[in-house]
Design a protein around this ligand. Structure first.
Ligand SMILES: [Zn+2]
Length: 137
């Protein structure tokens, strides 16, 4: 029941966003605190499943979580595995509604230094990428 409500509210939120993304299919959000990340998006034939780790989100705090959630929504909406495209989507999604989340995310990534998980840019590099894209809008 709760999962259905989340999926419905996500779908409505996506419709409300004035984005040019190629929204395809249905995006379902499933809470899964066992994943080794704050969020993982799996593209499917019919849309996408965002697995969201609420425990990791609570540790990251609401602002940084807001950015990460939009990042995952970017993977799902644009149907891309590109981390840069997903970050750019998050910046566009939060540009008017919550720019503080972008700023907090940049600080968070910057503080990670050159650490990388192998999939994403190293923190400093990712912070610079997000900052540059934000400034370009
Ligand atoms: Zn990603």
């Amino acid at each position: 029941m709760k999962k259905t409500l989340v999926a419905i509210s996500m779908a409505l939120a996506l419709l409300a966003l004035p984005l040019t993304g190629l929204a395809q299919g249905r995006i379902t959000v499933v809470y899964d605190d066992s994943i080794p990340d704050i969020g993982i998006t799996q593209l499917t034939e019919w849309g996408a499943v965002i697995r969201w780790n609420r425990r990791a989100a609570a540790q990251a705090g609401p602002q940084i979580s807001a950015f990460f959630f939009q990042h995952e929504t970017g993977h799902a909406t644009l149907r891309t595995v590109s981390e840069d495209e997903a970050d750019a989507y998050a910046v566009r999604a939060l540009y008017n509604t919550n720019p503080g989340a972008i700023a907090d995310f940049i600080q968070f990534e910057y503080a990670l230094g050159w650490a990388t998980d192998g999939r994403h840019r190293p923190g400093i590099n990712r912070a610079q990428f997000v900052y540059n894209y934000w400034r370009s809008l």
